[in-house]
Design a protein around this ligand. Structure first.
Ligand SMILES: *[C@@H]1O[C@H](CO)[C@@H](O)[C@H](O)[C@H]1NC(C)=O
Ligand SMILES: *[C@@H]1O[C@H](CO)[C@@H](O)[C@H](O)[C@H]1NC(C)=O
Ligand SMILES: *[C@@H]1O[C@H](CO)[C@@H](O)[C@H](O)[C@H]1NC(C)=O
Ligand SMILES: *[C@@H]1O[C@H](CO)[C@@H](O)[C@H](O)[C@H]1NC(C)=O
Ligand SMILES: *[C@@H]1O[C@H](CO)[C@@H](O)[C@H](O)[C@H]1NC(C)=O
Length: 437
């Protein structure tokens, strides 16, 4: 069915092109006729813009020749595009923010097997390079850089990314690619150059001993793979990636991973304890008010996530069938079911490799058999934050992230007792239907 459809499109496109080229050719032959009419002697002789009449046919021939070459090239271009879309190559972008479990969910794609070229946080280099002295980045400038680097990487072109790696790679060789070992594609045999004694590589492969990363080899390996996936916690606004969705060379699927902002903050407070010391003191009754700047940042993050999701769920035509929203809490409770849904959305077969990785690394084996205690155990893990986050801080998050909580179905807590009462679920059952084509 699909093949028939494709063939008709190819045929139609070819006809249109041939028709267009015919126009050019007939215009050219009109000129030929004109030129072959004898020049009037009134023309000033030796005028440089006039062609001698016996030379006319040469010009025309060469014009026709170039018209045909152009036509041929265009046809080749069109068939290239059709090849990409009909070959079913998918480009998955896992979008998240920090502390949402994105490394774990990224593994669903990293473990896919020989078919997948997976990159873990390549935009780390871009963000680092574009960080200003103030500690922030120029959102406009970085959004553009993120988009362009992602677009190139999906086409297996590392050149723009290379320009952001510090120190700059020499002959496409680098010892500094961030978290190389987290991408199994960058530690495969075919991307593993011989180990060099004495050369230190911070993020070296764990599965085999390799020399510094040769990005030419990485690019060659990428081109061989059927699908490509990238995980990133750095894109702020989904809309900035619109050109990727509209690039005819790509078939991009955005998976947007979100998590309860209260849980994210609780996790940050553990990871960056010093930074949040004020918050803790304040929550425990201290008089020093919490830093406005941090509250503003929290609100900014929540708003960005919400606005991206609102666009995605609204399904504008450029995102049709390309956006899926997933809550980390649902993945933690039902990893196998959610992974299956994600793979169904991407249109890539769910491999045995991924299944067995999930079985090994989660409680999913029991999820299937519906053992209540196991489910409870998983949700306990994902709800640990409820016992570490002071109620006063949960309230701050609810104040600044209210619309975000509502959109994703995270229930507000109204008391300390409610926050820490395990029998009260803070998760509404919610189906985000945008992923259905
Ligand atoms: C025909 O014209 C081209 C320039 O358009 C000139 O280079 C060439 O020598 C001419 N050939 C003859 C046979 O006059
Ligand atoms: C073919 O595609 C390339 C890039 O994809 C473009 O630069 C070129 O102009 C196209 N050629 C024609 C004849 O359309
Ligand atoms: C951010 O970068 C853009 C160009 O990329 C520039 O036009 C703009 O002035 C910059 N904004 C700030 C605040 O520096
Ligand atoms: C990197 O890989 C490419 C492609 O395999 C190869 O041609 C090149 O020589 C390699 N570079 C180095 C420095 O080994
Ligand atoms: C916890 O919530 C449940 C259900 O709402 C309620 O029955 C129970 O009394 C609560 N427990 C405490 C200690 O507040």
């Amino acid at each position: 069915m699909r093949i028939k459809y494709t063939i008709s499109i190819v045929f139609f496109v070819a006809l249109v092109i041939i028709e267009k080229e015919n126009n050019i050719i007939s215009r050219v032959s009109d000129k030929l006729t004109l030129k072959q009419t004898p020049q009037t002697p009134l023309q000033p002789s030796g005028s440089s813009h006039m062609l001698p009449k016996h030379n006319g046919s040469f010009t025309v021939l060469s014009k026709m020749d170039s018209a045909f070459t152009l036509m041929k090239r265009r046809l080749e271009n069109y068939s290239e595009h059709l090849d990409v879309t009909t070959s079913g190559r998918k480009h998955i972008l896992l979008l998240a923010t920090t502390r949402t479990g994105s490394s774990f969910v990224g593994e669903f794609f990293n473990q896919q097997g020989d078919n997948m070229f997976y990159l873990f946080e390549p935009l780390w280099h871009v963000e680092k390079m574009l960080t200003l002295d103030t500690g922030g980045t120029n959102a406009t400038a970085s959004a553009k850089a993120y988009r362009d680097v992602l677009q190139q990487l999906f086409l297996c072109d590392f050149s723009l990314l290379e320009s952001f790696i510090d120190p700059l790679p020499v002959d496409h060789i680098t010892t500094g690619l961030f978290r190389r070992e987290s991408s199994s594609s960058l530690c495969e045999e075919s991307v593993c150059s011989p180990f060099i004694k004495g050369v230190f590589e911070r993020y070296h492969c764990k599965t085999r001993r390799c020399g510094p990363l040769n990005l030419t080899m990485a690019s060659e390996s990428c081109l061989q793979k059927e699908h490509r996936a990238i995980k990133s916690v750095r894109v702020r606004q989904l809309e900035t990636l619109r050109p990727l969705a509209e690039d005819p060379r790509l078939d991009v699927k955005f998976i947007h991973l979100v998590r309860d902002p209260r849980a994210v903050l609780a996790s940050r407070m553990v990871a960056f304890a010093a930074k949040y010391k004020n918050w803790k003191d304040w929550a425990l009754g201290g008089s020093v008010p919490i830093d406005d700047d941090e509250v503003r940042k929290l609100k900014g993050n929540c708003d960005n996530i919400r606005m991206s999701a609102e666009i995605g769920l609204k399904q504008p035509s450029w995102l049709q069938g390309r956006y899926m929203l997933v809550r980390y809490e649902d993945i933690a409770r039902f990893p196998m079911r959610k992974a299956t849904e994600m793979y169904r959305f991407t249109g890539i077969p769910f491999t045995r490799n991924v299944k067995s990785w999930i079985l090994k690394n989660t409680q999913a084996s029991k999820e299937a058999s519906g053992v209540y205690s196991t489910q409870k155990k998983s949700s306990e893990q994902v709800e640990k934050w409820r016992f570490s986050l002071p109620f006063k801080i949960a309230q701050v998050v609810q104040n600044v992230c209210g619309p975000t909580l509502k959109l994703f179905g995270y229930k507000f807590v109204t008391s300390e007792e409610m926050l820490t009462n395990k029998s009260v679920s803070l998760l509404e059952d919610k189906v985000f239907s945008s992923s259905i084509e």
